[in-house]
Design a protein around this ligand. Structure first.
Ligand SMILES: Cc1ncc(COP(=O)(O)O)c(C=O)c1O
Length: 394
């Protein structure tokens, strides 16, 4: 019996596999998968516990409880300049993962193409294939991870239905500039394509970089879907609460897909998420200071090694160029290197190859995450000292 031809086109997630590899190496530090190892905020946890005790334990309204959709509308207006009606423009989903899948399923027809920047968050390729579209890739190039405007313009054609943007970006830490987003918006309007933006790291920014939502441009109101979740902003990756904001017309379709995919996100956790969105400025200030320290600690530790880190402008990952180190250790490719690092240094990372459509593009790169408490990052510094820069090395 032949199983799905679509699922045969992709593998299991390497990121989540590296977490399993870390578990098989006791004492190793997991800087592979992006989840915090410190407690989530107490008042948010209390709000969810109270919701369970108050018996908010049955199915919620499919597209999300009203207080959460209202909170999403308020924060979208405050932080993103997006006007959203909680009843018409917002769908609460099981994390931004489901928001992306439901959004693509809601807009794609056979023959459609989706443009994806690479290196990419590894879900986007499978999301695109599962929705029935053909992915088209454009490279972000180091050191600033910029893209070629003309190359992007050439990629747009009459089959282009969407472009996936992730800003701040995983794995590169790039924050798309307003100029880049305005250029993309112009192409979307010209080709009647939809910008699907994953903005889950919007509050994790460094060195005065500013987050811009493409949906805040008036001409993009009908041509954008903005995806977000509580996973990264509130360190609640296991709760699986996210959302999609879109025009009423698009939202109607997203809600249908969402309903039949999952019915809804966990009801009591939606109450906890609604409380999270009421937190004031000092929470967001704490978050960015915490991650600025974490970034600087890991970046400095990496600078002292033979790996060459790119300093991220946002999100909580550092990509490293490793060709010199790999030559010295005869690593064939980035997967080889990732296994070497977990076995010999005690740190799990993600091989660069898993972020590209052609694995070879990332064969000299590796990604570290730093959403970890200071003690973990201090321990990582000690482990990384084992590969301290040697005299004469790059
Ligand atoms: C860019 C990006 N999008 C989405 C996700 C998954 O988000 P969620 O937990 O909201 O499904 C991740 C997780 O690492 C991510 O890095």
């Amino acid at each position: 019996m032949e199983l799905s031809r679509i699922t045969r086109q992709f593998t299991e997630s390497i990121i989540r596999d590296m977490t399993r590899v870390a578990l098989r190496h006791p004492g190793s530090i997991n800087l592979a998968q992006g989840f915090p190892d410190f407690p989530a905020p107490e008042p948010i946890k209390r709000a969810a516990i109270e919701a369970i005790q108050n018996d908010m334990n049955q199915y919620a309204v499919t597209w999300g409880i009203t207080p959460l959709r209202e909170g999403i509308a308020t924060t979208a207006q405050r932080y993103n300049g997006i006007e959203a009606d909680p009843d018409k423009n917002i769908t609460v989903t099981c994390g931004s993962t489901e928001a992306m899948m439901a959004s693509l399923k809601a807009i794609i027809n056979p023959g459609d193409e989706i443009i994806i920047f690479e290196p990419f968050y590894e879900n986007y390729g499978p999301d695109c294939l599962l929705s029935g579209a053909t992915p088209r890739y454009i490279r972000l190039r180091p050191p600033d991870w910029s893209f070629d405007f003309e190359e992007l313009e050439r990629l747009f054609n009459h089959n282009t239905k969407a472009i996936v943007i992730n800003t701040p970006n995983n794995p590169t830490g790039k924050v798309f500039s307003e100029e880049e987003l305005r250029f993309i918006a112009r192409l979307c309007v010209e080709h009647d394509a939809i910008a699907v933006t994953d903005e889950i790291y919007e509050h994790i920014l460094y060195d005065n970089h500013r987050h811009v939502s493409i949906a805040s441009f008036p001409e993009m109101a009908e041509n954008s879907i903005t995806i977000n979740s509580i996973s990264k902003t509130f360190s609640l990756t296991g709760w699986r609460v996210g959302w999609a904001i879109a025009s009423e017309r698009i939202t109607r379709e997203i809600r249908k897909v969402h309903d039949f995919l999952t019915v809804g996100s966990a009801a009591p956790l939606q109450h906890g998420a609604a409380f999270a969105l009421t937190l004031e400025e000092d929470y967001y200030r704490w978050l960015s200071e915490f991650y600025l320290n974490a970034r600087d600690t890991l970046y400095q530790s990496l600078l002292e090694t033979d790996l060459r880190p790119y300093k991220p402008a946002g999100a909580y990952y550092i990509m490293c160029e490793c060709s010199d180190f790999m030559q010295r250790h005869q690593s064939q490719n980035s997967l080889d290197l990732a296994y070497y690092l977990v076995k010999n240094i005690g740190i799990a990372t993600v091989p660069g190859s898993s972020f590209y459509s052609v694995p070879g593009y990332g064969q000299f790169q590796i990604r570290f995450c730093f959403c970890k408490n200071p003690q973990t990052l201090h321990q990582a510094k000690l482990y990384l000292a084992k590969i301290r820069k040697t005299a004469g090395s790059g």
